[in-house]
Design a protein around this ligand. Structure first.
Ligand code: FAD
Length: 519
């Protein structure tokens, strides 16, 4: 927008506004940011927006991670967008297909033209006087810093650091003469054929890597401190295929999405309600896949209940097949020290290795590390409650795309986008410029935002906002509950304060609000 043009959120341009102004600034061009772009174009065609992306590529996670075998571990019918249903054959897809799907979506809807690569947002200061954010961004290619203003921030920055993963201190690490690799930075030219590989970890990345590496490696050992629940999931879902064949396209994809979303949710709630029963079911499933006499309890029977940490899905039991074939094995023990030739364990056993893969996880990062200030006060996000799991207490005009930990990420982000665009239209229709979540209920107490006990989540709990004990501050991890709360309820409730009317003179510039705006 030229500097002297009227701002689309109704503010009067002034000397302070000689900067570029956008109605909405989306941060991040991953799965969520591209989804946000679609919703803005479809539901708020009046809004000027751009997507700032720190890297030089679309896709976020699905572009960054390049380790062998990378794939989704939730089904693609719910990880894909509702507005552009996944039409691939497989329920669980490889990373390259997911990246292509995100890139194609951006291209098909012209969202790619809104992306500004190498644009990293570093700070945002809200001014209630101006009813806008003053955003500081950095060009990651040149280091140059610049500013612009935005009426609304939509953070689609994911939940972890991009520059490095989590690397615990391993004693003797420097002594090891072979190659050490973290899956977040997989070397393109790493030749592991015929090599002995130890993969440290037991999470989604480790269980994905092991069968894939085992295809050509001499042997792969998965070294874990403690076991994880691993579930075999069919790579193709026969029920989804039947629905696809028999129903019209739109109805078919909606039915599949609901079927899978509710199915996952049912298994989650069954695990919470009947943990002992579910534990037996999961153990039986693993036992059936492993050779007779295999020590299931040591290697695949965790001490915690199902869904206290994320379950790991393996397509068509590929991990178990690699173990059955003798190409891979699991060792449950603690590392004493790395040695010149491998790893010595506390039990005294030595694992010889040419390559060690530290699948030790992610380092979580909230809001892409952006420093927030509201009317001159720095925001300590760790002391804020999350409103409906997608806005922050006391922080106006900012939303976050944070997906589920117990189901596909996109299910929640789709609902968040729907809500944000309803809110933007509502503000426009009422001539108000500021929407701020505020907690007026002293009986609400804070709890960790992401209700899992996984190490990577508990390590970061003190840097993340909190959830409250009741609606609308509660994070339900439930598609049904969020569907009601974000899509079917009125946009505004008692915890969302709308304020800051647009100056009267600026009203002349506002186009009529769309019919769908408001409650
Ligand atoms: C290996 C792996 C496998 C996964 N598999 C699944 C799965 O099967 N199912 C599932 O539901 N979830 C899965 N997840 C979670 C996954 O991250 C989400 O599914 C989804 O890809 C997240 O998309 P996003 O766009 O929200 O975030 P990301 O993919 O993380 O993208 C965020 C983007 O924001 C950019 N960015 C960050 N900070 C800034 C900033 N300050 N300024 C500008 N740009 C910024 C980043 O560069 C990046 O491009 C997986 C995660 C990992 C790591």
């Amino acid at each position: 927008m030229p500097p002297d043009a009227p701002a689309a959120n109704g503010s009067t341009p002034s000397a302070a506004h000689e900067l570029e102004h956008l109605d909405v600034l989306v941060i991040g061009a991953g799965l969520s940011g591209i989804g946000a772009g679609w919703y803005l174009q479809d539901r708020c065609p009046w809004a000027s927006y751009a997507i700032f992306e720190a890297r030089d590529a679309i896709g976020g996670t699905w572009d960054l991670f390049r380790y062998p075998g990378i794939r989704s571990d939730s089904d693609m019918f719910t990880l894909g967008y509702s507005f552009r249903p996944w039409d691939g054959e497989k329920t669980i897809a490889d990373g390259e297909s997911i990246l292509r799907y995100i890139e194609d979506t951006a291209r098909v809807f012209g969202i790619d033209r809104k992306i500004r690569f190498h644009h990293k947002v570093v700070a945002a200061e809200w001014s209630s006087d101006d009813a806008r954010w003053l955003v500081t961004a950095e060009r990651t290619d040149t280091g140059e810093r610049f500013q612009l203003t935005a009426g609304f921030l939509f953070s689609c920055t994911g939940y972890y650091r991009y520059d490095h993963g989590y690397e615990p201190e391993f004693p003797g690490r420097d002594r090891f003469q072979g190659t050490i690799v973290h899956p977040q930075h997989w070397p393109e030219d790493l030749d592991y054929a015929g090599k002995r590989i130890v993969v440290i970890g037991s999470g989604a990345t480790a269980v994905t890597l092991v069968p894939s590496l085992a295809e050509t490696a001499a042997h792969v050992t998965m070294l874990q401190r403690s076991p994880t629940y691993v579930v075999s999931m069919p790579e193709r879902n026969p029920l989804a295929e039947l629905l696809r064949r028999t129903l019209p396209e739109r109805a078919g994809s909606t039915a599949i999405r609901w079927m899978l979303a509710l199915g996952t949710q049912a298994s989650y709630f069954a695990s919470q309600r009947w943990p002992r029963f579910m534990r037996k079911v999961l153990r039986k499933g693993v036992e059936r896949q492993l050779p007779p006499g295999y020590d299931v309890d040591t290697h695949f029977n965790p001490s915690y209940d199902p869904w206290d940490q994320r379950l790991c899905a393996v397509p068509d039991g590929d991990l178990f097949k690699a173990i059955r074939d003798g190409r891979a094995s699991v060792v449950t023990d603690h590392i004493d020290t790395f040695t010149e030739t491998g790893i010595r364990l506390r039990s005294g056993e030595e694992l010889e290795a040419d390559v060690i893969v530290t699948a030790t996880g992610l380092e979580l990062l909230f809001l892409g590390g952006i420093e927030l200030t509201v009317d001159g006060e720095p925001v300590d996000v760790a002391n804020r409650l999350a409103y409906k799991g997608m806005m922050l207490e006391g922080v106006p005009n900012a939303a976050l795309a944070i997906g589920y930990t117990n189901a596909s990420w996109t299910l929640k982000c789709d609902l968040t986008c729907d809500y944000v665009t309803r809110l933007l239209n509502h503000l426009r229709a009422t001539g108000l410029r500021q929407a701020t979540p505020r907690n007026h209920d002293p009986s609400i107490s804070p709890e960790p935002l992401l209700g899992l006990q996984s190490g990577y989540i508990t390590r970061a709990a003190d840097r993340f906002p909190k959830q409250g004990t009741r609606h609308p501050w509660r994070v339900y991890q439930s598609y049904l509950a969020d569907y009601r709360s974000l899509k079917r309820s009125p946009v505004v409730d008692e915890a969302l304060e709308l304020s800051n009317p647009a100056p009267v003179a600026a009203d002349r510039h506002r186009a009529p609000a769309p019919a769908s705006a408001g409650r």
